[in-house]
Unconditional design. Structure first.
Length: 85
């Protein structure tokens, strides 16, 4: 992970973009008043978003299992492929 100030980033934008995409480097761009931003490759971003979604899904499953264990579940009949059966 690299940290670079805004002025340096502006001067060497291509170099830092290349580091992010070619070397999978995460770049923190420091700005005044703690309004920092992060530069990362789209590939890294997509992995991060997928991990967040997976964590949210697993948390949802955990809540569902907790509800079942505490007697707050409901039983339903399964519907077959053919509704006539």
């Amino acid at each position: 992970m690299l940290a670079v100030n805004y002025s340096t980033m502006r001067e060497k934008l291509k170099d830092y973009c290349d580091k992010a995409t070619d070397e999978n480097e995460t770049v923190i761009i420091t700005r005044k008043n703690e309004k920092n931003v992060v530069l990362m490759s789209l590939e890294q971003y997509n992995v991060l978003i997928k991990a967040i979604r997976n964590a949210e899904y697993l948390a949802k499953l955990d809540r569902a299992f907790d509800q079942l264990e505490n007697g707050r579940g409901q039983a339903h009949e399964l519907i077959g492929e053919n509704a006539d059966e």
